[in-house]
Design a protein. Structure first.
Length: 155
């Protein structure tokens, strides 16, 4: 995979940071990722891909998003992940070519693991000191998707 100039990486990362940061904040606060935010993230990824790499690069990015959406819906059907998580991951995937798919998946999974362990630690500490409390039933995976994608942009 060719290496992009540093200035392009900075601009692409900054442009991804806007919807990704908002999605992370919203998912942390409300445990939801609205359709409009997934759509904006997808559209911005298409525009950035065309501007940075040209229209010839777009099919592999769109294919990555399509594969990610199919996989996400397969995980959503039995309730393993939320529908917003599946759609947001697919929207973020369009920022990366298909060849970077496993790298993005690894980075999102790694940041998700760190987030889950951190939340588990907070809940365990809270429960140990004050007795049973409202344990979060879900992990705001939009935070992990956003963090993994931003790391993937610069690494």
């Amino acid at each position: 995979m060719p290496v992009a100039p540093l200035s392009a990486v900075i601009w692409e990362s900054a442009l991804l940071a806007v919807p990704a940061g908002y999605a992370a904040w919203l998912d942390w606060r409300e445990r939801r990722l609205p359709n409009w935010l997934c759509g904006v993230t997808l559209l911005a990824g298409v525009v950035v891909t065309m501007a940075a790499s040209g229209a010839a690069a777009l099919p592999t990015h769109l294919l990555h998003a399509g594969v990610a959406l199919l996989a996400g819906m397969a995980l959503f059907a039995p309730g393993l992940i939320g529908g917003g998580d599946a759609k947001f991951y697919a929207a973020v995937a369009v920022w990366f070519p298909l060849s970077a798919g496993f790298r993005l998946l690894f980075l999102v999974a790694l940041t998700g693991l760190v987030l889950t362990v951190a939340l588990w630690g907070l809940v365990w500490r809270r429960q140990r000191g004050a007795g049973p409390s409202g344990q979060p039933r879900t992990v705001p995976y939009g935070v992990a998707i956003a963090a993994g994608a931003l790391v993937g942009q610069v690494w």
